[in-house]
Write a protein that binds this ligand. Structure first.
Ligand code: GTP
Length: 375
């Protein structure tokens, strides 16, 4: 089956991580975010895909190429400026003449697409929308459905008291080609699917079918959700391996010295080196080439490639980008440090700090502060 994956957004909520790397290539369990989606789509028989993005997504094409390594066929459609989701799909799927799948490129899910497609066909819908139940639906597009899950109304980010269900648009849709006739031509961003095209179809009485999915679904839009996705997937992988709490999933050449302490699931990538008396508390992911020095602790965090945590330093609940260097004895709590940030020895960062790529902390002449270190 054919499909379109939307990757052309700016990834603003994931900044500063997305200054140095497009969202689709940020690592989740040491593999690019988009790889998880591609593997799942392939397992569901959706294996002929157009990746719709802008010039800043060329790195995605560079990484995945024609998709053969993942068992999918990938082609790429580029917008000169972000067109909005509707026009982006219209451009990418211009040659499609049969039912196809459209996905946001920043989700991880185990959605049963094959059953969703069957329901789409049975109901004769022009459009089907996967719906995920969530605790705070008002951050998303909320669906109002009837007994057959036909969508009656769609409200984008309603006020909490106006949300009629906890079912939200999960960013995966099944399109009949004629849906694209309802995407208005026009200036950039005029063609949003959720705000323009889907409501127009419902208003015209066309059948727009919901498909509620209570399995796994997460959109990896913010640092909190990025950490959550890593934790969820690592917990799941660890549970598949053994029933104990202490699980070390290490690449063959990762070296964990005797005397290092491990608690909870930890994933250690290729070439990782963890010295004696270091403490790793999961769920934690160490990317390729990371080094955790003597007596340092890394807890419930995700480290990208080649991060160095100096002796006795403490990292908790944080995301550290490629090549980040934490000086000996430094304390990092709830931080998001982009690629190449260096933290001096003994520096205690304010909790929740977000630091731009390459920054040295503390900045000379002033104490680091969330409001000054990121923008
Ligand atoms: P934020 O700036 O943090 O909202 O990130 P985002 O734009 O990446 O996320 P959003 O939830 O707005 O978009 C959902 C998906 O649609 C993401 O995978 C985006 O890359 C993609 N997307 C958003 N706008 C466009 C667009 O104009 N063109 C294309 N091709 N894709 C888009």
């Amino acid at each position: 089956m054919r499909g379109v994956i939307l990757v052309g957004g700016e990834g603003t909520r994931l900044r500063p991580l997305t200054y140095a790397r497009p969202k689709q290539l940020v690592p989740v369990l040491n593999r690019p975010l988009l790889e998880h989606l591609l593997r799942h789509l392939a397992s569901q028989g959706v294996d002929d895909l157009v990746i719709a993005g802008s010039a800043s997504n060329r790195a995605v094409e560079h990484y995945f190429g024609d998709g053969a390594a993942l068992g999918v066929r990938l082609r790429y459609s580029y917008e000169t400026e972000p067109l909005g989701s509707g026009l982006a799909v219209k451009q990418a799927a211009a040659a499609f003449r049969e039912t196809f799948v459209v996905c946001n490129g920043d989700i991880i899910t185990d959605l049963d697409l094959m059953t969703m497609v069957a329901r789409h066909r049975d109901t004769g819908a022009v459009l089907s929308i996967a719906l995920a139940p969530v605790d705070e639906p008002w951050h998303y597009g909320v669906a109002e459905v009837d007994d057959e899950e036909r969508i009656l109304r769609f409200v984008e980010k309603p006020r909490p008291e106006e949300a009629r269900s906890n079912l939200i648009n999960a960013g995966t849709w099944i399109f009949e080609p004629e849906v694209l006739d309802h995407v208005p031509e026009g200036g950039a961003r005029d063609g949003s699917l959720e705000r323009v095209t889907f409501p127009a179809l419902i208003d015209q009485g066309r059948r727009v079918q919901g498909f509620a999915w209570g399995g796994y679904w997460i959109d990896v839009g913010s640092p909190e959700r990025y950490l959550q996705a890593n934790r969820d997937l690592l917990d799941e992988e660890a549970a598949a391996v053994a029933e104990t709490d202490v699980i070390l999933l290490a690449e063959a050449d990762a070296v964990i010295d005797d005397g290092a302490e491990i608690g909870g699931p930890v994933l250690a990538g290729r070439g990782v080196r963890v010295r004696q008396r270091a403490r790793l508390l999961g769920p934690t992911v160490l990317g390729e080439g990371c080094e955790v020095e003597d007596g340092a602790s890394v807890e419930q965090s995700v480290l990208w490639e080649d991060v160095r945590v100096g002796a006795g330093a403490h990292v908790h609940n944080s995301i550290l980008g490629r090549g980040v260097a934490i000086g000996a004895g430094a304390v990092i709590e709830g931080a998001v440090l982009a690629d190449g940030v260096r933290v001096d020895e003994g520096c205690i960062l304010p909790e929740g700090l977000r630091a731009m790529p390459g920054l040295r902390l503390p900045e000379r002449g002033r104490e680091p502060h969330p409001a000054t270190a990121s923008s």
